[in-house]
Ligand binder design. Sequence first.
Ligand code: GAL
Length: 374
Amino acid sequence: MKKRAILSIVAASAMVVGLAACSSGDSGSGDGGEGEGGLIGVAMPTKSSERWINDGDAVKSQLEEAGYEVDLQYAEDDIPVQVSQIENMITKGAVALIVASIDGTTLTNVLADAEAADIPVIAYDRLLRDTTAVSYYATFDNFLVGQQQAWTVTNGLGLTELDGTPIDGAPAGPFNVELFAGSLDDNNAFFFFDGAMDVLQPFIDAGTIVIPSGQTDIEQVATLRWDGETAQSRMEDILTSEYSGDVRVNGILSPYDGISRGIISALEGSGYTVGAEWPVISGQDAELDSVKAIVAGEQYGTIFKDTRDLAAKAVEMTTAVLAGEEPEVNNTEDYDNGEFVVPSFLLEPSIVVKDNIQEQLVDTGYWTADEIGL
Ligand code: GAL
């Protein structure tokens, strides 16, 4: 392929993904051929969750459009596997790394190798902690995600609008709510939980919301590896010990769709029926099965974080760094990784409930009406 043709493809793809720098991908010294920008290693945590598959596919295709070769690896939530995958990428001569970690604190050594080899590292969605090797962080506004998860619950209970605005004449409650958080080795889990508690605490203080299990600390409500079955068994335990007779759970704060599905299974197993005092349940990621669960009335809402936009942002950061440019960031305060505050770009999440599935997920091309079964 002629260089001019490649440049026009690069420019066109840059426009498609909204890249700021049209020279993106033209950082290699080669004169033609696919992947002329060099090899980029993309490390993803697991294929067991659909979202990471979408993320990986989007990052790979966008990097390829920008003229790079891509080594995309999934570690199935096995930390040593992720370490060795990244080591391999370095050995193979990767010019940059995009990393969504399993445990953000476990990559310090391998990332030091990347740093020693002058390989820039972009943290993808999850912060890389305890390292100076990370150049930039592409993610969503994780505190806002947590607030939106709580607003999903308060909206379903009739207490607020979806944006948190109090509803006049809202019921006084008390509503029985249980809390779930994500994996403590994922920095995001703390942002989600803090954001959610920022919304829920005033209702708890006012007695509108009560937590019958008494479990309100993140350590008590966390879910290792965001695992649905772990969440299911905790929910089963809580239902057995705290809820009997007329005492029903009215709302459940869930930080992720896979956890919500575990919670739904626990409720079904304990005799709860959709439509008959079924609790309000939040989520995150707009995974297809959970969007279907929203249509079916099992889950009240989810948080939509468009993986295509996150991929575009990470690709934009990577190509800018490789071109010796400074990528655009919009947060230089909140993401201290234990070594320094990592310059970050936070995208804006949104809440999906039954009424806006069409607008949020179908009109944007994220899922088709057929896939959802609309
Ligand atoms: C978090 C991510 C969430 C969700 C969760 C479980 O790090 O921000 O969107 O995917 O992991 O995979």
